[in-house]
Write a protein that binds this ligand. Structure first.
Ligand code: 4AD
Ligand code: MG
Length: 478
């Protein structure tokens, strides 16, 4: 019977009153042929197990190697050693699985995050990744809880689709046609009519368009699923496969949208701070140690926990794109030619510009609204100035863009005009346009990049360290 075991996290909340318990986990270290540090993944804290000298066979003790899995039954007693309030005095120790210490790649020392990425199948067994993945779980849970409390319907939008929701052409094709000698049309192009779905399909870049279909009947929906982008961006903030949360609300304008996004982000941060105190404290210390290697001016002014607390206690700054460009043009950084990329009205802001606004100028999360329509997707609602759209991006310190959203163009004629200008095929999106034909309503929504959110909360500087098995250009191991 395995489920008689008690998890270490639960055990540590009890008083050590000589209770008999069974624990299971993996050996982190074994000292003096006597003290086993056992971790079962439920918490960063190891349980100290005492194998009294003379009580166990040498043959058994030899098999207690790093990362071997054990079942231990014994008595919980107050610990004499410092560093823990209790320890488990072992009565029986069973080796569930041996571990060849010579070949085991993780040693009880600090490994680089780059190295750990190469052994991503084992990195869950480190303190850092144990903490990251427990926090990631909490954030995911909090997201569902937030929307459930608000009466949103969780909508599962398709992973395989025939449309390009963002119109950016960064899609992974999905096909069962043979790569060599596929069927061809008369014109010599690949004939996707012969393909599995009778048409060309790809992995979704966003569930938004289908989300709008749901919202314009169910009122308020959200999606939370994997999305895929074949953009060749080798940065610490881009993945080819990432998870996105996309709420979509009928009877909602840009301001409502911003308010919801801000409330949402604060809610999930608060949830993690309340439920993952130990893990976040560990990650804060990890980040502080990492930053000690950096020159003074590159270090964060606030520690991780102070930063999160600061975000909770302050309103996000709200500026228009036009104001943001003015701030950049007036900045000392601009005047001293510190920006690598050009600054003028109409640019798609580069990460250096976003980081300046957030980290140097406002020093808090910033919502930038009303971007030029040329740099935004076809579905965003055109403002009365005829130049900008009712878009909003949320920029977070250390990350840059964490949310992208907008009020949607609900006016059929305006939408059709914009699609034509942007060469978005209206005939293929006939079903999307139907929402504007049958009882169209003002509506809005946004997308939160989940891994960027996990980055923000855990302080991990590379997005590859926030998802179990990252997919990036040239890399799909595991
Ligand atoms: O700004 P994006 O492209 O917006 C959309 O997809 C809209 N359909 C959302 C909506 O309005 N429903 O992406 C939204 C967010 C970004 O702000 C960013 O946080 C994240 O998704 N994101 C990525 N995260 C990791 N890797 C990538 N390659 C990402 N691309 C976008
Ligand atoms: Mg965006």
């Amino acid at each position: 019977m395995f489920n008689k075991r008690i998890k270490v996290r639960e055990l540590l909340t009890r008083e050590p009153y000589h209770e008999e318990v069974t624990v299971m986990g993996w050996v982190r270290s074994f000292r003096n042929n006597q003290f086993i540090a056992l971790n079962d993944g439920s918490t960063n804290s190891n349980l100290q197990i005492v194998a009294e000298l003379g009580r166990f066979d040498d043959a058994l003790l030899k098999r207690i190697t790093i990362s071997a899995s054990l079942k231990v039954t014994g008595t919980i007693i107050p610990s004499l050693g410092k560093g823990q309030k209790m320890e488990l005095k072992a009565d029986t120790i069973t080796i569930l699985g041996d571990s060849d210490a010579e070949r085991y790649p993780l040693q009880p020392k600090k490994h680089s995050l780059e190295f750990l990425r190469e052994i991503a199948h084992l990195r869950f067994r480190t303190n850092t990744f144990g903490a990251v993945f427990r926090v990631r779980h909490s954030l995911a849970f909090a997201i569902h809880r937030f929307f459930n409390e608000k009466g949103f319907v969780y909508l599962h939008t398709p992973v395989i689709t025939a449309s390009d929701a963002e119109g950016a052409g960064e899609m992974f094709r999905v096909t069962t046609l043979p790569p060599l000698n596929p069927p061809l049309t008369k014109e010599g192009a690949v004939d996707y009519k012969e393909d599995f779905f009778g048409r060309a399909t790809n992995l979704t870049v966003s569930g938004q368009l289908e989300g709008e279909l749901g919202a314009t009947a169910l009122g308020e929906i959200y999606t939370f699923g994997p999305t895929f982008r074949a953009e060749n961006s080798n940065t610490p903030r881009h993945l080819a496969e990432f998870w996105m949360i996309e709420p979509e609300m009928a009877f909602c304008d840009l301001e409502d949208n911003m308010n919801l996004a801000e409330e949402f982000i604060k809610y999930i941060i608060r949830y993690a701070m309340e439920h993952n105190r130990e893990d976040l404290a560990f990650l804060a210390q990890r980040l502080a140690d990492e930053e000690k290697q950096l020159p003074q001016e590159k270090r964060s002014e606030l520690g991780l926990l102070e930063k999160l607390d600061f975000v909770l206690r302050n309103d996000f700054e709200r500026v228009t794109y036009t104001q943001a460009i003015d701030i950049l043009l007036q900045s000392p950084a601009y005047k001293k030619k510190k920006f690598q990329y050009e600054v003028k009205w109409g640019i798609d802001m580069q990460s250096e510009h976003e980081r300046y606004l957030v980290e140097k100028h406002f020093k808090k999360p910033v919502i930038v609204t009303d971007y030029p329509q040329e740099i935004k997707a076809f579905y965003m609602r055109r403002n009365d100035d005829g130049k900008t759209v009712a878009a909003m991006d949320i920029l977070a310190p250390g990350i840059g863009e964490i949310v992208g959203g907008s009020q949607r163009e609900e006016r059929l004629d305006m939408l059709l005009q914009r699609m034509e200008e942007m060469h978005v095929p209206a005939e293929e999106l006939w079903w999307y346009l139907d929402t504007r034909r049958f009882g169209t309503v003002p509506h809005a929504g946004f997308g939160l990049g989940f891994e960027r959110m996990v980055q923000f909360v855990t302080g991990m500087s590379n997005i590859r360290d926030t998802i179990a098995f990252p997919r990036t250009p040239g890399s799909a191991e595991f």
